[in-house]
Design a protein around this ligand. Structure first.
Ligand SMILES: [Fe+2]
Ligand SMILES: [Fe+2]
Length: 405
């Protein structure tokens, strides 16, 4: 998993079966992110000590989330005796692809990392750290979910289970690489603590499929777009992690393709009016979350020479085109009205953030927020209700002749 998906209201639920991250150094501590003492510079110690060496990631609607699901239902869905739509040969082929492990030797660091990190100073430094933290959390979230699915589906469907385990291998690798990047900035995310302390958002399996598919595909488009941009504009290549994005994004693409195959094996999640409504809802949640998040962090995108809104719209349009191959309906994101609505949401969100940062007492802040939240909700609803694009996969002809999209 690579992207963040958060706007959906969570039902907080702690998974009893949360797997342990195998990093033996990841011990529980009092904060998610800690300074690495051996490399802490006096300057950084001074600024950090004010906060008591603690910097906790805020749990907000837009923060990357951890997911849990109904694993019993997952087992039923992937039981080949119950579900005759499971295309074993397709999953076997995907498994071989994952076993090939194209990126086994890809994530190798060199001394350029630390040197580049030391050169990033001023406001960009903080925003870079935040980028690494959020990306690491999102990747790690994928690791936890896939690892658990791999464990739980082992008996019911060993092939699907093994693919999940191999995807968790990829995500652990991605999260680990980003965490090593944080060490260049004298920081480290405490993934062991994160596993235990973060709230888990519960999604039914069907929603896990929509959300993770979109998350993987939007992650692919984000990584490849940044990679291509920096290849053409090497003067903005301020930190070597971006050079790894070309192969890295292929992992995310494969993960997305696997979810596409999973959804095809569950046509009931794709072929009725409810599926169309949910598909649009998840597209909107994912696109809006990314747009609002990124517009709060324009310094990062400008720091690597991108125009934040142009970058985001490119990623949204490409993700939407890819998603239209499998989802039964998608949003008409290429209609200029969609972007106008996103921009209005950004303006409202900025006002909401300004209220939060004001000196007002909490009661007054809440009062001021009411009309803004209502305005944001009405923009969201209007975007959701824009005429959608009917889409979907022709593969359904095999299963349900009346439902060819
Ligand atoms: Fe990933
Ligand atoms: Fe992924």
């Amino acid at each position: 998993m690579a992207a963040e998906m958060a706007l959906v209201k969570p039902i907080s639920k702690f998974s009893k079966t949360t797997p342990k991250f195998s990093n033996p150094r990841a011990k529980p501590c009092s904060s998610y992110i800690r300074m690495s003492s051996s490399t802490t510079t006096p300057e950084k110690t001074a600024t950090n000590s004010k906060k008591g060496n603690k910097a906790v990631i805020k749990e907000t609607l837009l923060a990357p989330r951890f997911y849990t699901t109904d694993f019993d239902e997952m087992e039923r869905l992937f039981n080949a005796e119950i579900n005759k739509n499971l295309n074993e040969s397709e999953f076997e082929a995907l498994l071989q692809e994952f076993k090939t492990d194209y990126n086994q030797t890809h994530f190798v660091r060199n001394k350029e990392f630390k040197e580049a990190a030391d050169k990033i100073q001023g406001p960009l430094r903080q925003i870079f750290v935040e980028f690494l933290e959020r990306s690491c959390t999102a990747e790690f979230s994928g690791f936890l979910l896939y690892k658990e699915l791999g464990r739980r589906l082992k008996k019911t469907n060993p092939v699907v289970a093994e693919i999940f385990s191999l995807m968790s291998r990829d995500e652990a690798r991605h999260a680990g690489f980003l965490n090593k990047g944080l060490s260049d900035f004298n920081l480290a995310l405490d993934l062991g603590f994160l596993t235990k302390a973060r709230k888990y958002t519960f999604f039914k399996p069907k929603f896990i499929f929509y959300a993770t598919y979109l998350s993987e595909k939007i992650g692919y488009w984000r990584y490849i777009t940044i990679y291509r941009h920096l290849k053409e504009n090497p003067e903005f290549q301020v930190y070597p992690i971006f050079k790894y994005f070309e192969n890295w994004c292929q992992d995310e693409n494969r993960h997305g393709d696997f979810f596409s195959a999973l959804m095809k094996a569950q046509p009931q999640f794709l072929n009725d009016w409810k599926a169309k409504l949910w598909a649009r809802f998840f597209c909107l949640s994912v696109y809006v979350t990314m747009y609002l998040n990124d517009c709060q962090r324009t310094a990062f995108y400008e720091g690597i020479g991108l125009n934040t809104k142009e970058f985001d719209m490119h990623v949204i349009i490409e993700t939407n085109r890819t998603t239209a191959r499998i989802f039964p309906a998608v949003l008409d994101v290429e209609n200029p009205e969609f972007k106008r609505k996103l921009d209005r949401m950004v303006e409202i969100n900025q006002k909401i953030l300004a209220v939060g940062e004001s000196e007002d007492i909490p009661f007054v802040k809440n009062l001021k927020r009411i009309p803004l939240v209502a305005a944001l909700a009405s923009e969201l609803l209007a975007a959701y209700l824009m005429p959608p694009i009917e889409s979907g996969s022709v593969d359904f002809a095999e299963f349900e002749p009346r439902l060819v999209y």
